[in-house]
Design a protein around this ligand. Structure first.
Ligand SMILES: Cc1cc2nc3c(=O)[nH]c(=O)nc-3n(C[C@H](O)[C@H](O)[C@H](O)COP(=O)(O)O)c2cc1C
Ligand code: SF4
Length: 441
């Protein structure tokens, strides 16, 4: 079995163990090639971002300007605040040197001399091992000015941890940059995109922790090796974080395209008390939920999930058994997005609160059937009308949970009072199917 980002090697977080296992050899190889060659290898490997949108990593790197007088930056996104996602912290704890090596190679490829690893504030426990690994790498001449002697190259770069204060919105790439700049973490309007106008107005690439950690093995083993693992259009492995009603919740590194049922049964130990699955969220709570009876034969990769009406997101799988109260679940998820909305744009700021109020009304037994249409109408008005994708993250669970589990919601509302949905023309307008156009950037 392939384990690329979390190899089964004891104490790999220790620099001596990492070095004894070809540690920093990928960087050595990379520095003997040109930056363009590295971008080409990563492009050919088919590596796609692990932060949610599954965007092609090599292509993203190629957007960075080749000739510029400005400094370039790499931001490594370790905010990991999407409910149901807890994979990047495994890398922080068990394989931080491979992340650092990936950062060195990425910086070399895009021409950046400074990298920031953005880690959410609540991750105190995981900030420590990453800082320890950075310090060890500096002491051994793998980061900083001594790189020139260590690797015999003209290239050098520095790596800093930037600790967030603990807000979901800081994971959105443009607010992450504002946060590093010391500003309020409001997402920026795009375009311009970070490769043109990023940190302090300079060219910047933002990648997820798991994405970057895949880079050293790709350089060591070649793009063909990587692209032959898992599904051809979304190759490699994914760290699947499984939680909810399973016997063995945890993070499992498996090839893309692994059957969802296998992940649950073979790895996560099956559903507690062998109950039926009512609902399953395949990639963190912002991804559309699937019905438990629709997952037979479903492969876990970007294309297969898109075809099934959801998305791979962060690979955070939440399993809910037949006894789960989905109205309560949806209300709880909506509360999270309402709380985390930065408030910059009206549909998200107001709409998340309205959805929460209506869901609470339904939970209190005071909801009506028209509340369900009202919820969908509000979600439609958020979807596609906001500065950043937190809007969709809040709207999709509401739209898709009600659409796919309508009976359950109808059983909880009162038939007798019918309040017509106002502004029908606008609110019920046909929107593009968001599943065709998933871009969580
Ligand atoms: C509200 C919001 C929160 C996000 N949180 C994260 C996060 O915690 N980690 C992450 O890697 N990407 C997160 N993203 C996606 C990033 O904006 C960005 O697409 C990603 O870091 C790019 O890395 P990748 O190409 O390697 O996937 C978030 C996006 C949104 C809209
Ligand atoms: S969608 Fe929400 S979180 Fe994103 S910018 Fe608008 S108000 Fe802020």
């Amino acid at each position: 079995m392939h384990r690329i980002v979390l190899p089964d090697i004891k104490n790999l977080q220790e620099i001596d163990v990492y070095l004894a296992n070809q540690g920093y050899y990928g960087a050595r190889l990379a520095f003997q090639k040109s930056p363009d060659d590295i971008i080409e290898i990563v492009k050919k490997s088919g590596l796609r971002g692990r932060g949610g949108a599954a965007f092609l990593t090599g292509l993203k790197w190629s957007f960075m300007p080749k000739v510029t007088s400005k400094p370039k930056y790499l931001c490594v996104n370790g905010d990991e605040s999407e409910p149901g996602s807890f994979k990047d912290r495994q890398i922080f704890e068990f394989n931080p040197h491979q992340l650092i090596e990936g950062i060195l190679i990425t910086c070399y490829a895009i021409g950046a001399q400074t990298a920031y690893i953005y880690i959410r504030g609540e991750y105190h426990k995981w900030i420590k091992p990453v800082q320890k690994a950075i310090d060890e790498a500096y002491n051994n001449g793998f980061i900083g000015s001594r790189m020139k002697e260590t690797f015999g190259t003209q290239f050098s770069c520095d790596i800093f941890i930037h600790k967030g204060a603990g807000a979901y919105i800081c994971g959105e790439e443009s607010s992450l940059m504002n946060s590093i700049e010391g500003q309020r973490a409001y997402p920026r309007v795009k375009p311009p995109f970070p490769a043109q106008n990023g940190l302090w107005g300079n060219p910047t690439t933002i990648n997820n922790v798991e994405t970057i950690t895949n880079v050293p093995p790709i350089i060591k083993n070649g793009s063909e090796w990587f692209s032959s693992i898992g599904e051809p259009k979304h190759p490699g492995t994914l760290l699947f974080g499984v939680s909810g009603h399973v016997n063995k919740p945890g993070v499992y590194e498996l090839p893309t395209g692994t059957l969802l049922t296998d992940i649950i049964e073979k790895y996560a130990g099956g559903v507690i008390n062998a109950k039926r699955i009512k609902c399953i969220i395949p990639g963190g709570t912002s991804m559309p939920p699937l019905k438990g009876d629709s997952i037979e034969g479903l492969k876990m990769d970007a294309e297969s999930l898109r075809a099934a009406g959801s998305a791979i997101g962060t690979g955070g799988i939440i399993v809910m058994d037949e006894d789960t109260d989905l109205v309560k679940v949806l209300a709880r998820m909506t509360k999270f997005y309402y709380h985390e909305s930065c408030g910059q744009c009206t549909p998200c700021r107001e709409g998340t609160g309205w959805m929460l109020k209506i869901l609470k009304r339904i939970l209190d037994g005071k909801g009506t059937k028209s509340d369900l249409d009202l919820l969908i109408s509000i979600a439609n008005n958020i979807d596609g009308n906001t500065v950043c994708a937190l809007g969709e993250a809040a709207a999709w669970p509401v739209k898709f949970t009600i659409a796919r589990f309508r009976d359950e919601f109808e059983n909880r509302v009162n038939e007798s009072i019918q309040i017509p949905v106002n502004n029908k023309v606008h609110s019920m307008r046909k929107t593009k199917n968001p599943i065709d156009n998933i871009e969580i950037r």
